[in-house]
Design a protein around this ligand. Structure first.
Ligand SMILES: Nc1ncnc2c1ncn2[C@@H]1O[C@H](COP(=O)(O)OP(=O)(O)OP(=O)(O)O)[C@@H](O)[C@H]1O
Ligand SMILES: [Mg+2]
Length: 283
């Protein structure tokens, strides 16, 4: 059996064993009402969401299905208490993090009644306002600098039950004033308001804020662009994440050139698998 046939067979077997979506366990603290200042998003700005936001746009049902399957696997990481706050990062730029984060948020919201907050924590190159076609006026940066209360920075999106806290590119001194404590406080607040919080971040090796956010999250997923990012680079990113105390849950391989079911947004259970299975460029 050829390599491709084996991959297809494996993907088909995996699909057979996909579990139905699990509901998250109720959080210990009583659920609080949602922030009251959420601005309903009209699509009057004439912009439309990024077509790669497949879970919302329906552009590519196969890819959307893979994100849903990824969601299931993610929740199965710990059936008793699935990660509630999940950071998405990568080693380098343009590996597909923002699109994965946005799709994951929409897929999680499809679970009955789950409320999701997507935080754009990439203060170097925020993208979620473009992905969801949101006109952002108040942003995460203003919350960090105490110029805004948390609810004022949260927007409703075109996806039901998905709220977005957008960001804007920040000046260097603005970033250096952000502390680990600040990130923890923010996450503890939003944890009480939402069933899941997804944090899109800048590449771990390019931003100290990413380490702070990942360290404060329950788990971190590392997005790896296939045939681009070397194993050596991924290893360095993992070392950096370990230093911040981040709990790495697994890897998502993106930009697969060949459409192999389950490979487009493949969730690799353990990061070492990645090397043994021979993904990523050798160096
Ligand atoms: N699986 C995919 N297949 C093809 N194109 C994709 C895929 N995922 C994302 N893209 C496109 O690639 C570009 C980069 O994606 P994205 O913004 O998600 O990457 P990123 O890792 O967040 O980048 P950055 O490091 O700049 O924040 C975007 O134009 C996006 O629409
Ligand atoms: Mg991005």
């Amino acid at each position: 059996m050829g390599k491709l046939s084996r991959a297809l067979q494996k993907a088909a077997d995996e699909r057979k064993h996909t579990q139905p979506l699990a509901r998250p366990q109720p959080t210990q603290t009583a659920r609080q009402p949602l922030p009251f200042a959420i601005v309903p998003q009209s699509q009057e700005n004439g912009r439309t969401p990024d077509p790669h936001l497949v879970c919302l746009t329906g552009e590519c049902p196969e890819a959307a299905e893979q994100v849903r399957s990824l969601t299931t696997k993610l929740l199965a990481v710990s059936a008793q208490s699935p990660p509630q706050v999940i950071a998405i990062t990568s080693a380098t730029r343009v590996e597909g993090k923002s699109i994965v984060a946005a799709n994951l948020a929409v897929a999680l919201a499809e679970m009955d009644g789950s409320r999701i907050l997507l935080i754009d924590g990439d203060l170097n190159g925020p993208a979620q306002h473009d992905v969801f076609a949101i006109e952002r006026e108040r942003v995460l940066n203003d919350v960090f600098s105490d110029q805004l209360d948390l609810p004022g920075s949260i927007y409703a999106t075109a996806a039901e039950n998905v709220h977005l806290m957008p960001a804007r590119s920040s000046a260097k001194d603005e970033v250096t004033s952000i502390s680990q404590e600040r990130c923890k406080q923010l996450i503890e607040k939003v944890r009480r308001l939402y069933d899941f919080v997804i944090i899109d971040t800048a590449p771990i090796m390019a931003s100290a804020v990413t380490g702070m956010l990942a360290g404060a999250a329950d788990g971190t997923l590392i997005v790896i662009r296939m045939n681009k990012t070397s194993r050596h680079t991924v290893r360095r990113a993992l070392e950096e994440l370990n230093r911040t105390g981040a709990q790495v849950l697994g890897c998502i391989l993106t930009f697969s050139k060949h459409f192999i079911p389950d490979a487009l947004y493949r969730f690799v259970g353990t990061t070492t698998d990645l090397y043994y299975r021979g993904y990523g460029k050798r160096r």
